[in-house]
Design a protein around this ligand. Structure first.
Ligand code: 5CA
Length: 429
């Protein structure tokens, strides 16, 4: 992509409304723009990062045997009356009427609708277990939307729902998703701690929040110091081992009953990027969902549900990966892998060398943002630092003369003088 043809609306000043670094950087680097409280446009650069997060989430879920669907964001209210949650969600649920005066709502979560789909088709235990998920926009009329897409009103969520013949099967799936979630967040460049949590309005007997440690996080958590060793990569642990360690959200932490001695107990703030719930029969009882069991008798279905804050993750990744100059994207989610800085646009040699490098990178399948605008070198480098692409390749008259490109690694700051071919090999690897 040539920057002269792109849409990258950067802000020069720190926006006053932004209190935390990810919100500031998302606005300054032209990733999002606020349209109303908690409601955002995803600008081209932000959308590329969001799409990458979505793709990784979907890829790991598909590998774990989950099956993707897409439900509508607008729902009739009847299902919610059937489950008993129509009143429970109160003002957080956005309701309105269509032209025929029928009441609709904008989905805040989808237990009711997925169950409605399930019961329309599944009559026998033979179809179980079944884990269906979607990645779709939700609306919750939060009292205090804040920190940009971190706590939005409209936000992108991965919501998964699994169906089982027995509670043990549901527990097995819950454990498998617990492990899958750790894998997903790791691929996104994040280390998460799963803490026992209150299941709130979703409900169920057991729930874990997946928290990314950050000073700006909205949740308070308490955990065994062993998690710090896991986070630091000093110790490897299976999900089963991790689940035995103490980790609790604020509301479940009772100091008097805490099994971890004081010197091994850590207190931190975290960003909740995922939340899993063992629902049991909460919804299937309310909505009367049975399948024929192995004995042919109607058997009530057991459920679990699994959420990931996809749009929130983009902000969480930035909280974890930035410096004073801007974002530092992990390679897995970066909107472009390489930026090319033409230091003298209009100079025939520089233009030709940059074009050649750009074409070679594109040909190698490397997503490249080529800054071909007539701006000062300083401003171009500052832009690259701000938008945080992992690699920046700069070409000026000196490089043209010596046949080299200056390649900078955004994470380490290391600079190398390489041939154009060597740059392609290095960044494509
Ligand atoms: N049905 C269940 C699981 S699919 C559910 O709705 N769970 S949830 O309420 O915990 O939401 C799932 C995830 O969505 C949360 O862990 C969080 O990462 C994200 N999320 C929730 N509210 C917001 C919000 N206002 N803004 C951005 N992300 C949010």
């Amino acid at each position: 992509m040539r920057l002269s043809r792109y849409f990258l609306p950067l802000l020069k000043e720190d926006p006053k409304e932004a209190q935390i670094v990810s919100h500031k950087l998302m606005l300054r680097a032209g990733l999002i723009r606020q349209q109303a409280a908690g409601i955002y446009t995803w600008l081209p650069l932000g959308l590329r990062a969001l799409d990458n997060v979505e793709r990784i989430v979907a890829d790991e879920l598909d590998k774990a045997g989950c099956v993707r669907v897409l439900m509508p964001t607008l729902q009739p209210t009847e299902l919610w009356k059937e489950s008993g949650r129509y009143d429970a969600l109160g003002k957080e649920m956005l309701r309105f009427k269509d032209r025929a005066d029928r009441e609709l709502l904008y989905s805040p979560t989808n237990e009711e609708m997925i169950i409605d789909n399930f019961r329309a088709f599944v009559q026998s235990y033979k179809a179980l277990p079944l884990n269906l998920y979607q990645i779709n926009w939700k609306f919750r009329d939060e009292i205090r939307p804040r920190f940009g897409v971190m706590r939005g009103r409209e936000f992108l969520m991965k919501d998964g729902y699994s169906f089982h013949l027995t509670l043990d099967d549901a527990k097995r799936e819950y454990a498998q998703m617990y492990d899958t979630y750790h894998r997903i967040f790791k691929r996104l460049g994040l280390t998460s701690i799963a803490v026992s949590a209150d299941s709130g309005a979703i409900g169920g007997s057991l729930s874990h929040e997946f928290q990314v440690i950050a000073d700006t996080g909205e949740s308070a958590l308490y955990y065994d110091a062993a998690f710090d060793d896991i986070r630091a990569g000093k110790v490897e642990m299976s999900g089963e081992e991790m689940r035995k360690l103490y980790a609790a959200a604020d509301e479940l932490h009772v100091p008097e009953k805490c099994p971890v001695p004081k010197e091994r107990l850590r207190e931190a703030r975290g960003i909740e990027v995922g939340h899993i719930f063992l629902l049991g029969r909460k919804y299937t009882d309310a909505m009367g969902v049975d399948v024929a069991g192995p004995d042919g008798k109607p058997t009530r279905v057991e459920m679990a549900t699994f959420g990931i804050g996809v749009s929130r993750l983009v902000a969480a990744i930035i909280e974890a990966h930035h410096d004073s100059n801007g974002i530092i994207w992990p390679e897995a989610v970066t909107p472009f892998k390489v930026g090319i800085v033409n230091l003298k646009v209009g100079d025939a040699g520089c233009d030709a060398a940059c074009d050649a490098l750009y074409n070679a990178l594109e040909k190698a399948g490397v997503e490249t943002l080529y800054d071909d605008r007539k701006e000062s070198a300083g401003s171009k480098f500052a832009t690259m630092d701000l938008i945080g692409l992992p690699w920046v390749a700069a070409i000026g008259p000196r490089g043209v003369a010596s046949g080299t490109v200056e390649l900078k690694n955004r994470t380490t700051g290391e600079k190398m003088e390489l041939s154009a071919e060597a740059v392609v090999t290095k960044v494509a690897g």
